[in-house]
Design a protein around this ligand. Structure first.
Ligand code: GLY
Ligand code: MN
Ligand code: MN
Length: 442
């Protein structure tokens, strides 16, 4: 596939930071299998984000071994050049390409892994490796360590006997984005804005959910994105109550709200944005009340984002605001504090208020620090995505609110003195959304 990393400066900086952080340890990363889609054809391959982060290698059948305290710290095992296969699946960088363009100090064909690994692991006590994800690799690794231990006896050396989850070091680095990474995410969000606003503009009763999805995919790809960073959710009416609805096969109905959760992936980094709008361009009073309740929670939660606060404070602000609205609108009865304490709001808001965002839509990085939530730091990027979901069959709520699902999701960068909402200019006020809907039918 790709002959060089899309953003070489980013992966070079990432690799350097990680090698420094590893100290005397070694680390091993394994590309996931290429999954079959049907018969002998495969899904489009997506490399593991850990490997993309460190070297930008996009092809399957690859292992990355890092040994910072050795002469040749970056070792890659890759698909070798194979002209007959390359006719079908594209040019492979091969062993030479790994060294020339992807930062390998040493590279081998992937078939050499079992032969090379025992001596390459020799003398490293601690190995950063994600166990129990790939049984074949787990077994190959155990065999390699056994060989290293046996052959090392004579000179007092052995293979690793302490295994460290990549979350401990690598995922902490991935959690804090560099300014170059932030620039790429800014662009991913800018493309996402165009996609959402074009989807709003083409919305009308009778348009199918998949037509909005197709427009969104078209905009993502036509601006250089890889595509959607996760399956786009386009739920009209009660379909929006299904949180990860991706069937997207129904017509949009006059009088419904459509909820769209879609984010462009660019250079392996993804946006994650949700907007909701009335199919006919005008919210009913009840839809508007729910929309404004979610908008108020979205704004309240974004307002608390800044370095030094605990991660849970964002969710607390959103729950406080949503619960007050639920009581005011008659969705729930009782005392707001009590409803929060017994989590009664979960009937209509059953997910968290957000997650880390980066190369993975639900990005790596810890949410806790000891016994409390993690403290926010500059360079973290997270989503803020409160919602209210009322099933059409829920007879406990006033009729006018049934069959409405609304989530409003923004991508927030924590800065030195506060936050920057990367998606601030994607239409979100009632007026902006209503003005855009149906403005350019196609
Ligand atoms: N798009 C999935 C999410 O918002 O978490
Ligand atoms: Mn999200
Ligand atoms: Mn989302």
């Amino acid at each position: 596939m790709s002959q060089a990393p899309q953003f070489p400066h980013i992966v070079q900086d990432n690799m350097k930071a990680y090698l420094d952080a590893l100290g005397d340890d070694a680390a091993l990363f394994v590309a996931p299998h290429h999954a079959t889609r049907s018969n002998d054809t495969e899904y489009t391959y997506r490399q593991s984000s850990d490997i993309l982060y460190l070297c930008g290698w996009m092809d399957p059948e690859m292992v990355l071994l890092l040994r910072p305290k050795s002469e040749k710290p970056v070792v890659m095992f890759v698909q070798p050049k194979d002209p007959k296969r390359e006719i079908w699946t594209g040019i492979r960088p091969g062993v030479e390409g790994a060294k020339q363009d992807f930062g390998a100090d040493e590279a081998y064909p992937i078939s050499d892994l079992a032969k090379q690994l025992p001596h390459l692991l020799m003398g490293f006590e601690r190995l950063h490796y994600q166990f129990a994800e790939n049984p074949t690799m787990d077994k190959l690794l155990m065999n390699s360590i056994q060989k290293a231990n046996r052959s090392g006896r004579k000179n007092g050396l052995s293979g690793p006997d302490v295994f460290v989850h990549p979350a401990k070091v690598l995922h902490r680095l991935r959690q804090i984005k560099s300014s170059a990474e932030i620039e790429v995410m800014r662009k991913a969000v800018a493309i996402t804005k165009k996609a959402h606003e074009e989807a709003m503009a083409m919305t009308a009763p009778g348009v199918f959910e998949y037509q909005l999805e197709a427009k969104i995919s078209y905009v993502f790809r036509s601006h250089g994105g890889t595509g959607a960073g996760y399956a786009s959710i386009v739920g009209g009416g009660n379909n929006a109550v299904i949180l990860h609805y991706v069937t997207n096969d129904q017509p949009l109905r006059d009088g419904d709200v459509v909820c769209v959760d879609a984010g462009c992936e660019l250079g392996s980094y993804t946006g994650d944005i949700t907007r909701a709008w009335p199919v006919n361009g005008k919210f009913t009073p009840a839809q508007r009340e729910i929309y404004e309740a979610v908008l108020a929670a979205n704004e309240a939660a974004i307002q608390v984002c800044r370095p030094g606060i605990r991660y849970r404070e964002i969710h607390e602000a959103s729950v406080q605001s949503l619960t007050e609205s639920m009581v005011r609108l008659g969705l729930l009865e009782g005392d707001v504090d009590e409803i929060i304490a017994n989590e009664g709001y979960k009937k209509f808001f059953m997910h968290g208020t957000g997650h880390w965002l980066g190369m993975d839509v639900h990005d790596v990085g810890s949410y806790v620090d000891g016994t409390d939530a993690i403290v926010l730091e500059p360079g973290m990027i997270l989503t803020v995505e409160p919602g209210i979901y009322i099933d059409v069959a829920d007879e406990s709520v006033p009729e006018q609110y049934r069959g409405i699902g609304i989530r409003l999701e923004d991508d927030i960068l924590i800065t030195a003195d506060g936050y920057e909402n990367l998606s601030a200019d994607i239409a979100k006020s009632v007026e902006d959304v209503e003005r855009l809907v149906g403005s350019h039918l196609s």
